[in-house]
Design a protein around this ligand. Sequence first.
Ligand code: CJB
Length: 829
Amino acid sequence: LYAADAALAVADEASALPEATGDARSFRDLILAKLTYAVGKDPIVARDHDWLRALSLALRDRIVDRWMATTRGVYRMGGKRVYYFSLEFLIGRLLKDGLNNMGLLGTAREALASVGVDLDVIAELEADAALGNGGLGRLAACFMESMATVGVPAYGYGIRYENGLFRQNIIDGWQTESPENWLAYGNPWEFPRREVAYEIGFGGAVEASEGWDGSAVHAWKPAETVLAVAHDTPVVGWRGLRVNTLRLWSARSPDPISLDAFNAGDHIGALTARTKAESISRVLYPADSTPAGQELRLRQEYFFTSASLQDLVRRHLKQHREIRTLAQKAAVQLNDTHPAIAVAELMRILIDIHAMSWADAFALTRDTISYTNHTLLPEALESWPVPLLERLLPRHMQIIYAINARVLTEARAAGATDAMIAAVSIIDEGHGRRVRMGNLAFVGSHKVNGVSALHSELMKETVFRDLNTVFPGRITNKTNGITPRRWLMTANPGLAGLLRETIGEGFLDDAEKLVALEPFARDPGFQERFAAVKHANKARLAKTIQQTLGLRVDPAALFDVQVKRMHEYKRQLLNILETIALYNAIRTHPEKDWVPRVKVFAGKAAASYTSAKYIIKLINDVAKMVNTDPAVRNLLKVAFLPNYNVSLAEVIIPAADLSEQISTAGMEASGTGNMKFALNGALTIGTLDGANVEMRDHVGADNIFIFGLTAAEVEARRAKGLNPRANIEADPALAEVLDAVGSGVFSPADPQRHRGTVDNLTNSDWFLVTDDFTSYSAMQRRIDALWGTPAAWREKAILNVARMGWFSSDRTIRDYSDEIWGLPTVKVG
Ligand code: CJB
């Protein structure tokens, strides 16, 4: 091979390069062949990006072999497939995860070393695929990996956004947004399938006629058509045993250009229709828990839902010939309400295209679909104005009315009162007639799940109280999980290596085997090694902080971390206010034995979310003052790292000592960051919210720091009327902090800057920051005390790692398979 010879010549010259052996040698040859023939570069002049592409393509070849074997096997078995419908897949980088799952990490490292390339250096160049906003999107990515791991034949269906989540820049402490461009260097993982394209209609009218038996037949004649073109990415499971498909749709115009307009000299106008069509898959909506409310968003939702349903129905008919068996062969999981229009679209396909009766079609739809709810926040419950739906999807609006009429009849028969009828109705008559997508998803599903035990119970009492009465037993819980391949093995190779040496390899295949670590929790020798791994991870994060912020932090300090989307209910504000209280205390009592802390924050605010942006600014204002104040003598540092994403999370999480999970109880549906931190040996300070509750049950109440009001207490206080002024009066430290912030101590150039934030806390405080401040602060001081006894701290940290196995997304997927999808799973390893 010419390329190999050339590279070897290079290697010869640099005689210090190690020789590759065995598998590494053949993998090196594959990489060199890719570099030469697919990238078109001579190894002598290849740059890091070229090596990255060559390596990715080499790995992809190996994955594709398994992919085809899996796909063929699934077809031959003729069993059920899962279709995970999600508007978001926050997958991040794929190279290291793919290498790890294929067992090629060491091989690739050696192969590259033999040609003078450092795997870690080129891996950093891979774009971070941010096709999601936060937890919901990352959950979908973890689920895809776990489905491949536990042997659930699955397709993920979503949108191939050309621009993922915006880049966050911090300029003078303020967040600004710029477009993200993950496809700039191409995407080595995807296979465009130009031949797999579906027509997606919008607008127009419905023509009704009489069928052969006198029944009404409806034909929708859309005014506009857009093409959905498939792009497939293989998703490889642990040990490379099975590979599933992530199929993302890209929008194309059926008419790329209006030649008449072009020839008439209107060169821009000739492209208008195309631009409009393609705008559907242009950009991910930067909305997290707040509805975008734009027509384009509804178009995106229908676009990917319709394409996905058309695709799976086609696959089903091709293999099984008979539409009536759909629910036996296909389970459609709706990730939040974003694809809820699937209920009406599947009904349309079954009735209008396959001529099914209403009753049969509805039974089949319900048996096929299930729905996951991710939030109780009222502003996040999607609803669309009836006139908009009528205009954009006229046939679907008819179907929704018809579904609703039957649901309301059913509800009446079950004894529903007028108030209950109003609550279960798909149409909200109270706010200018809107279609409630949550209710549509609920009535069209056989199971509706929440994402933690607490959240699922609250669903029954709040958003879906009356629907739960009319359809008892439909709501179920599936506590979220995280994939330990990405969040332990590849993000924290130091810890994974130590665990392998200590308890063997069993935990790699079954995370619950991490319990074997328990006997080592108090072992001084093991504690030392465990602490050394943590220290190395902290040194790495310290380097990142130095490089991005020019701030020096000491890896020996307590690293106290809150990273997640910026949201008032997540209460980054509580954290920074307590940080200020600590700052004040250090200044007042410099003689005390303070524990050195580094406060790390990262997270994006939705572009339109003003109060969240002010919280970012406040954190940065505080950082500026604290970090340069000689009086604090390095006892406190504050770092806000810009542009939080999956790759940054992989650096931050393994380096944390303390994980902040401090949402107002009852408001965080589950959280998944909380699980990632604990699995990596951080202790949690948190409220009894979301999955924190179950984490406490698993790790033990002694090994987690729970403070603050419970969900029931929060509700009671809100019902009685909040009284932030009384809270502030009762805690002088809090009063001092609010005085300082409100009067501009941290913003001397603009003293009024944070007045609004303080006024809001003083006058309303919907998120109960002032109610929980005192207990939060007290808990932080207890944490300081524990830090002073390293053996006790380490014991708890090790027990967290040992007991977090249950939170593997493999367990979550097994639960979905058993209780919602009706599918078998396999043991790994
Ligand atoms: N979640 O990320 C989002 N976006 C939303 O619009 C609504 C909810 C989050 O989903 C995660 C996965 O279930 C949860 O862990 C998290 O609590 C929730 O906020």
